[in-house]
Design a protein around this ligand. Structure first.
Ligand code: UDP
Ligand code: MG
Length: 313
């Protein structure tokens, strides 16, 4: 059997309201491309009817494949599972809530045919509410300045990757997967396509604010050691200031008759230093925690059921 040319990787966590519409629009677009394709649905431990719906779809359409994880592992591990099992020459990663429009795929494919190994969507507009929009834009710009790898701003995981790139990402041993960062790190010819990011078709966002913050943090920590340098810099600065103030205090004592009053001053200096120390220990802790995760070497996800995929695990 010849393998598919295109794979679409779709992480699913309680998306029963979106599945019918997603499947319909995706199938329209993929059939328009007139080449063999597969839709790799990765169920990330859904508690609703998502898995059953995917199985029903599979009964009527061989292109539908299912990877069910043994529990909810999170979005990035779910996408990683899809990337590991997808067989296509080009692999498209997209969200399953129709925030990533299937209509963009032909544009990705065209760029791929022109010879780009990675084509990613740049979110030109978002419909999330002002605060969230602002936070997203700010985060991507901060990351750009902190990261040693050039990670394009305003681009998420919605992208097409060539087989070569997917194989390379699959082979990376790291467990903290910030896929849009790893994708940029791999290199080759990459380009962006401007897209609109509509709001969710149905259902509530599955990323809580806390998990979004964790994702942002893992982006920074996995791609930058600048927070550690910031801790060092802070240490240097505070040491320098305290050294200067010692000189001033000694001089006042030796050359004047003034006495320096000051429980309040002492207390606030102590508190300030305590704060600085906790902050820097915290920064250090973020890195140590990640080292801990890496050395444990647990697999990134566990597959409980795979339907229609050749390299079943
Ligand atoms: N998702 C997942 N596991 C999770 C959380 C989310 O597989 O633990 C999937 C979800 O079903 C969706 C995609 O990841 O297809 C993006 O999630 P969501 O729409 O909640 O994120 P947002 O659009 O707010 O970034
Ligand atoms: Mg979404």
């Amino acid at each position: 059997m010849v393998g598919p040319v295109f794979s679409v990787v779709l992480p699913i966590y309680n998306e029963q309201e979106n599945l019918p519409e997603l499947y319909r629009r995706l199938t329209d677009v993929m059939q328009g491309l007139a080449q063999p394709y597969e839709l790799v649905f990765v169920d990330d431990g859904s508690r609703d009817d998502s898995v059953k719906m995917i199985k029903d779809l599979r009964a009527g359409d061989e292109a539908v494949k299912l990877v069910a994880l043994s529990r909810n592992f999170g979005h990035q591990p779910a996408v990683s599972a899809g990337l590991a099992l997808a067989a296509g020459q080009a692999v498209i990663v997209m969200d399953s809530d129709l925030q990533d429009s299937p209509d963009v795929i032909p544009m990705f494919v065209q760029k791929w045919r022109e010879g780009y190994q990675v084509v990613y969507a740049i979110r030109q507009t978002r419909h999330e509410g002002m605060l969230k929009n602002f936070a997203y834009r700010l985060f991507y710009r901060i990351l750009k300045h902190l990261s040693e790898t050039e990670i394009p701003v305003d681009s998420g995981d919605f992208s097409l990757m060539d087989r070569r790139v997917v194989d390379l990402i699959n082979r990376l041993p790291e467990k903290t997967r910030y896929i849009r960062g790893l994708r940029a790190w791999v290199g080759f010819k990459q380009t962006g396509v401007l897209v609109d990011r509509p709001s969710r078709h149905a259902g509530a966002p599955k990323y809580t604010l806390y998990r979004l913050i964790l994702l942002a943090l893992s982006g920074v920590i996995s791609f930058s050691v600048i927070p550690l340098r910031f801790a060092t810099g802070l240490g240097v600065l505070v040491s320098f200031l305290s050294f200067a103030s010692i000189i001033v205090i000694v001089a006042i004592r030796l050359f004047t008759t003034l006495s320096i009053p000051g429980f309040a001053a002492t207390a606030s200096i102590l508190l300030f230093l305590g704060g600085v120390q906790l902050l820097t220990v915290g920064i250090l802790g973020e890195y140590v925690g990640r080292i801990f995760d890496e050395v444990k070497g647990r697999p990134l996800f566990i597959v409980s059921e795979a339907l229609g995929l050749e390299n079943d695990r």
